[in-house]
Design a protein around this ligand. Structure first.
Ligand SMILES: [Zn+2]
Ligand SMILES: [Zn+2]
Length: 279
């Protein structure tokens, strides 16, 4: 048994990764069998006190993991694509659980692709985005918007000077909303102009490195937040909206700062996602 000691670090790590991955696949496959074991009450016939003991002794599963496995089976009955994916062991119960609230007979194939590409955390974000978008379209009533607006206005944390200056304008009979709208429009125009200027000054041959002046203008436009509407996480990665390989340009109009999860979501529509994830 000395030969493990003689392995290089690289080979040792490779083996750990491979065996770990395979262990997960086999465990997933075991979990996918549990609903049928339950249906037949196979564990009772063979003298096990419960399906939980069965799962624990045979595969080291916690009670929660057994319950999850049983739960998901009923919800997948009308979704053959997701069901087959689960049974293959390639995808965990946990991941499928994350998208169950948005899964339908119509979109299950599309979701099956996402489940294979995205991490569990990204799936959670993706699923929340889809639910929020649906809910926003359907339920947001005007009254709710108004309360929300009042809360938001307070949250800006205007300092004394700003409040004084706004008050002064107001007293002069100048419409604050108009003044602020004008300011916001002006800011947007300035940014558009500056972005054009940067875009036209970029060298034709470009490397993957994003020039500082492009980064600066993006920070001016987006601040430190992820560019996805409604996402409040800080941006972590700069994303090229067009595939870099097809259009190697750092035009700031085509770059968006994204959080890790939304970056993965943006790439999930791309078949080459595995390769792009490293960028
Ligand atoms: Zn990207
Ligand atoms: Zn985000």
């Amino acid at each position: 048994m000395n030969d493990v000691r003689s392995l290089s670090d690289r080979v040792l790590l490779e083996q750990c990764e491979r065996f770990g991955r395979e262990a997960l696949v086999w465990r997933n496959r075991f979990r996918a069998l549990l609903p049928e074991v339950e249906r037949r009450k196979l564990y009772l016939k063979k003298g096990w006190p419960s399906i939980y003991v069965f799962g624990k002794i045979l595969a080291g599963l916690s009670e929660e993991q057994v319950s999850e496995s049983l739960n998901i089976a009923g919800r997948l009955e009308d979704k053959p694509v997701l069901k087959r994916l689960l049974e293959s062991g390639e995808v965990s119960v946990n991941k499928i659980t994350k998208i169950m609230s948005i899964a339908t007979v119509e979109n299950e194939s599309e979701l099956a692709e996402k489940v294979q590409i995205m991490s569990t955390r990204t799936l959670e974000t993706f699923s929340r985005d889809v639910r929020n978008e649906a809910e926003y379209g359907l339920h947001v009533k005007k009254a709710e918007c108004k309360t929300l607006f009042a809360q938001e206005a307070n949250a800006f944390g205007f300092n004394e000077e700003v409040v004084e200056r706004l008050k002064e304008l107001n007293q002069k009979g100048i419409d604050i909303n108009e003044a602020l709208t004008a300011f916001l429009d002006h800011r947007e125009e300035e940014l558009t102009r500056a972005k054009e200027e940067v875009a036209t000054s970029l060298p034709e041959e470009s490397t993957r490195y994003i020039p500082v002046r492009v980064r600066n203008i993006i920070t001016q436009e987006y601040g430190t937040k992820c560019a996805k509407t409604g996402c409040t996480r800080p941006s972590q990665e700069l994303h090229h909206r067009r595939r870099w390989a097809l259009d190697p340009s750092h035009d700031p109009n085509l770059i968006a700062p994204l959080c890790k999860e939304h970056h993965q979501i943006a790439h999930s529509i791309d078949v080459k996602v595995q390769e792009m994830r490293r960028r």
